[in-house]
Ligand binder design. Structure first.
Ligand code: CTP
Length: 404
């Protein structure tokens, strides 16, 4: 199990990773480490330019395999790219430079990386990294569109500081994102492309005075895992959370109270294909928020509370979109979850027992039962939240396919 994405499992998967000549080549080292830690067998190839940025020996040492750097090397009979392309279950290009992207789109093959890409039947994953102006050049955009249309998975670069010193789009995606997308491709689960999904996460905070709030123990980890898995499967993700962590590759909106969460939800939920409400939303808020810090006194303090709106029950989605709720219960798990599914008019509900050691609220692990209006869809034993998120998305995808 990987320590980067707990639950990521690539045991016995054969991954070819091609490194191209850009400054982001050094980040391919991290991608290789995550892949091997998740159990994958990795063979690295490098373009001649890549070898000027990083020495092949680095990848050789980390992959425990010779690096293919010269396809015309004596001894291989000019067939090194063919052997690699037949062996690979997936070909990752990290970083994919504008030049290599152009060669792949056109079908050129003049060194081992483009030669392998042309010869293989394995799915292709590209993680572009380049200067921001090169990235939005019409030719680069056309080539990326061509490759996407041919079924390649493109892990969109991030916005950040570039080698030029400017801030813009073109930074190599975070290694965890690249590997998570590779896992989705290998599992045949890169199926959320074209989906817009909205996920809520974390416990809401209801102010009592300018420095205090009423909250709960939710850590936002389940919602975060759902967002990462959806992104890895190709969805456009909006994560509305009380505990933002600056996750890359998605639209993260930070909120505090239930009312703020509702306001942030409205617009993206209207356009969404699925809304997954993993947040622990407060049921009550202070009737009045004290304008100044409440002073300590010896006598008892009474706090008046009023109910908050039920966000999920009030959500109106477009036809065909799925509404998924969560029910964290300490008793009568299934009956209560069923009742919430009915009252809140949900397509699915994820019921999970709380109050058990080592799972649920705050933990890295969870166990859950997924229900629709008629039956139990899935029973998920205690697993990492990453794995539970995978199973939840499997259920959501199946429900969407069934409702079409
Ligand atoms: N929920 C919501 N708005 C609220 C309370 C809950 O949208 N004000 C959502 C949660 O995000 C979750 C589902 O409703 O997806 C069930 O939440 P839960 O707290 O289990 O249920 P409640 O309706 O609050 O009922 P109770 O607390 O009495 O169990």
């Amino acid at each position: 199990m990987s320590s980067f994405l707990p639950g990521l499992d690539l045991r016995e998967r054969r991954v070819a990773m091609a490194v191209c000549g850009g400054i982001a080549a050094y980040k391919a080292i991290d991608v290789l480490r995550i892949l091997t830690e998740a159990g994958a067998e990795v063979r690295v190839s490098m373009t001649p330019e890549a070898q000027r940025f990083i020495r092949p020996l680095t990848f050789e040492a980390l992959s425990d395999q010779p690096v293919l750097s010269d396809w015309l090397e004596p001894g291989a009979g000019g067939e090194a790219h063919i052997r690699l392309s037949e062996w690979a279950e997936i070909l990752l290009i990290v970083p994919a430079t504008a030049n290599t992207i152009a060669k792949l789109a056109l079908g050129l093959a003049d060194e081992i990386v483009s030669g392998t890409a042309l010869a293989t039947r394995a799915p292709l994953l590209l993680a572009p990294a380049m200067n921001d102006v090169m990235l939005v050049h019409p030719r680069t955009e056309e080539h990326l569109t061509t490759l996407r249309e041919r079924g390649a998975c493109v892990v969109a670069p991030a916005v950040g500081r570039l080698a030029s010193g400017k801030v813009g789009a073109g930074r190599l995606a975070a290694p965890e994102r690249i590997v998570a997308a590779a896992e989705a491709v290998l599992q045949g689960r890169r199926r959320l492309e074209g989906w817009r999904v909205v996920i809520t996460a974390g416990g809401t905070r209801e102010a009592i005075d300018p420095v205090r709030y009423l909250g709960n123990f939710s850590s936002g980890k389940m919602g975060r895992a759902l967002a990462q898995v959806a992104e890895a499967r190709g969805a456009q993700v909006t994560l509305i959370t009380t505990l933002p962590t600056g996750l890359e590759g998605l639209n993260e909106i930070a909120v505090g109270s239930a009312q703020e969460m509702l306001a942030a939800l409205e617009q993206p939920a209207r356009e969404a294909d699925a809304v997954l409400m993993a947040a622990a939303v407060a049921d009550y808020r202070a009737a009045e928020v004290a304008p100044a810090k409440i002073k300590r006194r010896q006598e008892r303090l009474e706090l008046g509370l009023v109910p908050t709106a039920d966000l999920l029950a009030g959500l109106r989605l477009r036809p065909g979109a799925l509404k998924v709720g969560f029910a964290a219960e300490t008793e009568d798990l299934i009956e209560r979850a069923r009742e919430k599914l009915r009252v809140k008019r949900l397509d699915l509900i994820v019921a999970n027992p709380v109050g058990l050691d080592g799972q649920g609220l705050g933990s890295d692990f969870n166990a859950a039962t997924i229900l629709d209006a008629h039956r139990v869809i899935a029973e998920i034993p205690r697993r990492s939240k990453w794995e539970v998120a995978q199973r939840i998305w499997d259920a959501v995808e199946a429900a969407r396919a069934g409702s079409r």
